[in-house]
Design a protein around this ligand. Structure first.
Ligand code: PMP
Length: 418
């Protein structure tokens, strides 16, 4: 008999000293429990230091100079691109395009690929659980081209209703745009099933990896995604940098989106020829230091190990589900903990999510209230807002216990006032 594979357990206490902000106290002397990681994570000293060093010792604009600083800055920036390539297992570095975030990357695809390929009546298939970033650019594309948007519905359990997929695919959409992990439900979508089915129906697939790349191993080539996007600030990197990965032949066939410096090979007074990949899509000065910071964040993540991160978050989520389910009147949106990532969105009847978040904040617990840029999904579940706790590698079981106690206290507080 083979021994069961034991995943290495991650000790968050070993990493917390790297994150100065996590020892902050709020409202006088209340220790902070930062559970708002799906919105943005915190950065370790190693990332902050890499940013400081880049500015203090190596900074100049990239690619354009031949002086020492320009060469150092370019080497660091291109080094970061290689780190991204390796993280997502992209076949070549030219397929890694730096953008200003996941939103910018999706808009790039909608404008460049969408405008030149979609026509009146062509379909874009999204899901009912998409973040607005993977919805509105397709609405805008539909307004420009006459394309039509259809969606894969979400079941009551918070899973994609894949029974409907075949019927939707018979309409032969040109693109399926799907999130790897829902930023509200935490649902981990079965991309290994969706992508081949979409391809068999002749559609391309764009994967929104904003909530998956920071938390689990990603192999862009193996998953066979045509496009994959994500943001640096959700994985301990700086804000202002994100990534678009694409299949090479697709990226090569697409026209540049933004025009300007760096994205050209030659310019004449009345025309231009575009540069090669990836620069064709990187007009103007790119997010130089944010990309270098993202490279440092990837080093950090690799040291911790993404399998261990995923497993740790799974356990925290399991515990959060147990604790919140014990509180009468609390409803968790989304599937069972074993089907999801480290995101727990909940609501409590008539107690507004903003009141919950405010009450929790008094106890030092940072959660996010609202629709989390997923209004159609909230409408699907007939709730206007939820409170969302979301975890990362530095969160502890003690913090999850505090969350449970604070939500129970919150419920009693508002019940007494009614
Ligand atoms: N997609 C998902 C699933 C997200 O959670 C987010 C951020 N909340 C985005 C896209 C957009 O990312 P950004 O704001 O960094 O562009």
């Amino acid at each position: 008999m083979t021994a069961p594979v034991r995943l290495r357990t991650l000790d968050p206490h070993a990493y917390r000293p790297d994150f100065p902000i996590l020892s902050k106290r709020v409202h006088g002397d209340v220790p902070l429990a930062y559970l708002d990681n799906a919105a943005s994570t915190q950065r370790p000293r190693q990332v902050i230091q890499a940013i400081v060093e880049a500015y203090e010792e190596h900074y100049a604009n990239v690619h354009r100079g031949i002086h020492t600083l320009a060469e150092e800055s370019t080497a660091l920036f291109e080094g970061a691109r290689e780190k991204v390539r390796s993280l997502i297992h992209a076949p070549t570095v030219e397929q890694v395009i730096f953008t200003h975030g996941a939103t910018a990357a999706i808009n790039l695809v909608a404008r460049s690929w969408g405008d030149s390929n979609l026509h009146e009546g062509d379909g874009v298939l999204v899901t009912e659980m998409e973040h607005h970033a993977n919805l509105v650019p397709w609405h805008q594309l539909a307004e420009r081209t006459g394309a039509k948007i259809q969606f894969i519905p979400v079941t009551d359990d918070g899973l994609l209703d894949l029974d409907k997929l075949d019927a939707l695919l018979t309409e032969r959409p040109r693109l399926v745009a799907v999130t790897a992990v829902s930023n509200v439900l935490g649902t981990i979508n079965p991309l290994a099933e969706i992508i081949p089915r979409a391809h068999a129906a002749g559609a391309l697939v764009l994967v929104d990896g904003a909530q998956s790349v920071p938390h689990q191993v990603t192999d862009a080539a193996a998953m066979d995604a045509d496009f994959l996007v994500f943001s640096g600030h959700k994985m301990m990197g700086p804000s202002g940098v994100g990534v678009l990965y694409g299949k090479r032949e697709l990226l090569e066939s697409m026209p540049p989106f933004l025009g300007g410096g760096s994205m050209i090979r030659r310019v004449w007074i009345d025309s231009f020829t575009p540069a090669d990949l990836p620069y064709k899509f990187e007009a103007g000065t790119p997010p130089i230091v944010p990309a270098i910071g993202l490279g440092a964040a990837i080093d950090y993540l690799n040291d911790v190990g993404l399998e261990a991160v995923h497993e740790h978050e799974r356990r925290l989520t399991q515990r959060a589900h147990e604790l919140l389910s014990e509180i009468d009147g609390v409803r968790i949106l989304g599937p069972r903990p074993d089907q999801k990532a480290g995101i727990v969105s909940f609501w409590m009847g008539r107690i507004h999510a903003h009141d919950i978040a405010q009450r929790l904040d008094r106890r030092g617990i940072a959660v996010r209230p609202g629709h989390h840029c997923a209004m159609p999904l909230h409408k699907r579940f007939d709730v206007s807002a939820t409170a969302r706790a979301s975890f990362y590698l530095y969160n502890t079981f003690e913090e999850v216990e505090r969350l449970g106690e604070a939500v129970a206290e919150c419920k009693h507080f508002f019940q007494r006032r009614r």
